[in-house]
Design a protein around this ligand. Structure first.
Ligand code: GLN
Length: 505
């Protein structure tokens, strides 16, 4: 038996639990111990639910002992981004405005994790309302990158990627509106998948931009992501945009791990100027590996991608300004009374609450969104952006006529220093230049560690994109590449991260 259970993958843990080599209680306890040892440094959790997780683990162990047939991942613990409603557990979205709010219901994703018998370790840190690329916009302080605690873990779901990178959880749930699963995966040396839009229910996911949001797996291996994807995916009548079709055969594809005869398109517009040398070098190497393994590689141009970031920063704030209108001091969380006003009106309470409860980035986007939607400007901004969105979807369609999958670097740089981009929103926004097109078009994307950059020794990521509903292709290519990269680097990349230990240990 491995002395440190936290180093095992979810697939390995699942196997050991199913064969009764390990109990779920042991597995959960070792992760809780790990959290207690390192999370003061990493700060990836906003809330740890030790009692709840152990109780769920005990119940799985009992059901297993009584011979009940259980889900493959039963007993394997997981962490959930704090943007998902969890019945009885705080859900803050990284915001003061939801401080103290305890949802009365579970998001569908959470309900499915529970139904599969997966103990929930806690809720992970994030940029406020999922706006950001570094977790520095969390009202509760940033998460630190386990590779280097002075650096960002990516965002907005930096907490979910950091918990898997720091071995605090084998699996986590993230959400990706413009890159918030894939960019954190890239800068923490982990795997992150944004499924096809509509592939995973958004019911109970606190909306940032409803037409872009999608929840997905944050893991250390491609197979683990596939196993988790099949738990959370599939039709949900509670989400009107949910796809009514079976979950793509992602686990099978991950196990097959084959690229022979596959056509891979390198996106011309993503990867040139503005991308760090080490990111590009590792990307080129990964592409060469795919070619060696029998894939046919061609360059593909997607000219409208140059306008994706601009379109996104009109569409996202527009939807966000509307979605965030519900935080009005009447229904949830915080209520602040304006100072020095006797008998304040509802409007005054609303204004005081939103002023105190929302951080700068959220305010910035609400202002941008209401402006873009205002009469007189609607056609010029929101309308134009929607047209660009269509052109981007057309670029994808044309590209997928020629190739089976598209690839690019995931993020233009490795993890930057905490504080580096806080005063420069534009440079923060550029972190998602390669990930945003997939959200605008609704296609699935995966980020996989491609190696370490020579200049700073930090992890780099490669992004794989597939046509909508063909998520299995990400897993086939991802698993094949992962195998080759493990050989190339002499083991899993994360083994090269400085090993965090308890303070003073
Ligand atoms: N970083 C992007 C943003 O700030 C993406 C956010 C996300 O995917 N939730 O909008």
């Amino acid at each position: 038996m491995n002395p440190d259970l936290t180093r095992l993958s979810a697939a390995e843990l699942a196997h050991a639990i199913a064969s009764k080599e390990l109990s779920s209680v042991e597995v959960v306890q070792s992760h809780l111990d790990r959290i207690a040892a390192v999370d003061a440094d990493v700060h990836a959790f906003l809330h740890v639910d030790g009692d709840g997780a152990l109780e769920a683990a005990r119940s799985v162990d009992e059901r297993r002992a009584s011979g009940e047939e259980l889900h493959v991942l039963a007993g394997v613990p997981i962490a959930v981004k704090d943007v998902m409603a969890t019945k009885g557990l705080p859900t803050t979205c990284g915001s003061r405005i939801l401080e103290g709010w305890i949802p009365p219901y579970d998001a569908t994703v959470v309900a499915r994790l529970k139904a599969a018998g997966m103990p929930i370790l806690g809720k992970t840190n994030m940029d406020e309302f999922a706006m950001g690329s570094s977790t520095e916009h969390s009202a509760y302080g940033p998460t630190h990158n386990p590779w280097d605690l002075t650096r960002i873990p990516g965002g907005s779901g930096g907490g979910s990627s950091a918990v898997v990178a720091a071995y605090e959880a084998p699996l986590a749930i993230g959400t990706d509106t413009g890159g918030s699963i894939r960019q954190p995966a890239s800068v923490t040396g982990t795997v992150g998948v944004k499924p096809t839009y509509g592939g995973v229910s958004r019911y109970g996911l606190v909306a940032l931009a409803s037409s872009l949001d999608q929840a997905g797996p944050c893991t250390r291996t491609v197979l683990d992501a596939a196993l988790l994807h099949s738990v959370i995916g599939g039709h949900d009548p509670m989400d009107s945009t949910s796809i009514n079709a079976p979950v793509p055969s992602v686990v099978e594809a991950a196990r097959r791990a084959d690229v022979k005869g596959l056509k891979v398109g390198v996106i011309k517009e993503l990867g040139g100027e503005g991308y760090q040398g080490g990111v590009r070098a590792r990307f080129d190497e990964s592409v060469a590996l795919l070619q060696e393994a029998g894939a046919e590689v061609v360059e593909v141009s997607c000219p409208s991608f140059d306008y994706a970031l601009a379109a996104y920063y009109l569409i996202l704030p527009s939807e966000a300004s509307s979605n965030l209108a519900k935080f009005d001091a009447m229904r949830y969380g915080l209520r602040v009374l304006p100072e020095g006003v006797d008998d304040p009106s509802a409007e005054q309470v609303m204004a005081a609450t939103r002023d105190a409860g929302f951080g700068d980035e959220v305010k910035r986007r609400i202002i941008l969104g209401t402006y873009a939607l205002s009469s007189g400007y609607y056609d010029a901004y929101y309308g134009q952006a929607q047209k660009v969105r269509r052109l981007i979807a057309n670029d994808f369609s044309a590209a997928f006529e020629k190739v089976d999958v598209l690839v690019s670097p995931t993020a233009p740089t490795t993890a930057f220093k905490l504080g580096d981009k806080l005063d420069d929103p534009m440079s923060m926004y550029l972190q998602d230049v390669a990930t945003i097109p997939a959200n605008l078009a609704g296609v699935p994307g995966m980020s996989l560690p491609s190696g370490l950059a020579d200049e700073d020794g930090l992890p780099t990521g490669i992004q794989i994109l597939a046509p909508a509903t063909k998520d299995e292709r990400l897993y086939g290519v991802g698993a094949a590449l992962e195998k080759m990269l493990v050989d190339r680097w002499g083991g899993p990349l994360l083994a090269k991260a400085p090993q965090l230990t308890a303070k003073g240990a």
